[in-house]
Design a protein around this ligand. Structure first.
Ligand SMILES: [Mn+2]
Length: 432
């Protein structure tokens, strides 16, 4: 019995020890489980904070400014207030825009030379027009455009004169200067019509639009500009011009002044009562008349739908009828649509731009629709030719002249890094 008891006791002791061990292990396990949870929760919180910081910076860098969306007097006065609060930069060495707005041909050439910098060696003050003179110049050009009471302008080319029609430039300033070298600089003897999309995409939208504005002031009745879908603040916010003006070359005041100027651009021109020149194309609705287009209130930001949007965004297609556009704005229109529209409005030809073409131009709809595109090697990757159309007033037949791309300063990578560095510093400054 004793032996049995002592055996039983030692068995009990063993069992107790074993329970203690199990309990101790269980305790350790519980402690570990709790610590693991703390680690897991902290990890999730840290990941969330990192994501939040990234989201805030990334999103602000992407859309850093609130934009104006409609026209009112307050904004116009604002630019004048800004001008009166500015003093000329004493380091500025370029041409001075006169207060009476009367510039000469020599003044414009001086400005072009000043802005041109193929080797990218000039300092800021040696390359960019001083802000005060630039704002004055844009307002002067806007005043000229505001005298157009109609959205479509008739122009007449006498039989002994020419007119050159140019398509998209998209900030390719050195190709624009090359075009002028090939075809002659604008003058009263050598008039031009630029069919929209002067800016965005390319790196020199500022130089391009400044030069076009200067020629508009110099030759208001022999130098014509059409609005394109890129002469619109909501498009510029996304496709390069906002970054170029606000972060790289000027600031939000200049950007807002340019946006204001774009609202006053005419939507089209009719040459010798025969040829309609508009940026995009025709309409999803039948029976649109030139009178209706002329009476349209053009001085607005481009809406998401409607006649004005289609005029600036639509593209021709082979075949008849309509198809929804892949662009998300405007429509695709066929040959029968063009023929009907031209017949109803006593017109002979539609000239539009808006699409890159490998030959720089394209003829569709049995010769009734011409596309003209003037940015050669578009985006530096397309290897397309640029082209322009020269009309002689005598027969008004289109003569196509093609041209290749020329070298331009290559500092786009450097520029992107520079912008990345500056974006975060400038967020506060931009949010008004
Ligand atoms: Mn376009």
């Amino acid at each position: 019995m004793e032996t049995e008891n002592s055996e039983h006791n030692s068995l009990n002791n063993n069992l107790e020890k074993r329970y203690e061990n199990i309990n101790a292990k269980a305790k350790i396990f519980k402690t570990n489980d709790f610590t693991t949870k703390i680690y897991l929760i902290s990890f999730i919180v840290i990941i969330f904070i990192i994501y939040l910081i990234y989201f805030l910076i990334f999103n602000k860098a992407k859309i850093p400014i609130k934009t104006y969306t409609s026209l009112n007097e307050e904004k116009l006065n604002k630019t004048e207030d800004i001008i009166s609060s500015l003093k000329p930069n004493p380091l500025y060495k370029g041409p001075i825009f006169p207060d009476d707005g009367k510039i000469t041909r020599e003044w414009v050439f001086e400005l072009i030379d000043f802005m041109t910098d193929l080797e990218h060696k000039k300092t800021y003050e040696e390359r960019y027009m001083d802000k005060i003179y630039l704002l004055k110049m844009i307002l002067k050009a806007k005043d000229i455009l505001s005298q157009y009471n109609e959205s479509i302008i008739n122009i007449n080319i006498p039989s002994d004169k020419n007119l050159t029609v140019v398509g998209d430039i998209h900030g390719q300033y050195y190709d624009l200067l090359n075009l002028f070298k090939i075809n002659g600089y604008p003058s009263e003897e050598n008039p031009y019509l630029f069919n929209g999309d002067f800016i965005d995409r390319g790196a020199f939208g500022v130089e391009t639009i400044i030069t076009l504005i200067a020629f508009k002031i110099l030759y208001p009745n022999h130098f014509f500009l059409n609005r394109g879908n890129h002469e619109d603040v909501n498009v510029n916010n996304r496709y390069g011009f906002m970054i170029e003006v606000v972060y790289d070359k000027y600031d939000i005041d200049v950007y807002n002044c340019f946006s204001e100027f774009f609202r006053f651009l005419p939507l089209g021109h009719i040459i010798n009562d025969k040829i309609l020149v508009i940026h995009g194309g025709l309409f999803s609705k039948e029976g649109v008349t030139i009178d209706e287009l002329k009476r349209m209130d053009r001085c607005i930001d481009v809406p998401e739908t409607g006649i004005m949007t289609e005029l600036l965004w639509s593209d021709p297609i082979d075949g008849n009828g309509w198809r929804p556009s892949d662009r998300g704005a405007g429509i695709y229109f066929g040959q029968d649509v063009t023929e009907k529209f031209l017949n109803e409005n006593n017109l002979e030809l539609l000239i539009r731009s808006h699409e890159v073409k490998m030959e720089g131009y394209d003829i569709q709809h049995g010769g009734k629709t011409i596309t003209i595109f003037s940015a050669p090697n578009y985006y530096d990757i397309t290897y397309n030719k640029g082209a322009f159309i020269k009309f002689s007033g005598e027969d008004m037949k289109p003569n196509f002249i093609q041209f290749d791309a020329v070298p331009h300063p290559d500092f786009i990578k450097k520029k992107i890094n520079y912008i990345k560095e500056r974006v975060n510093d400038n967020i506060k400054y931009l949010e008004y």
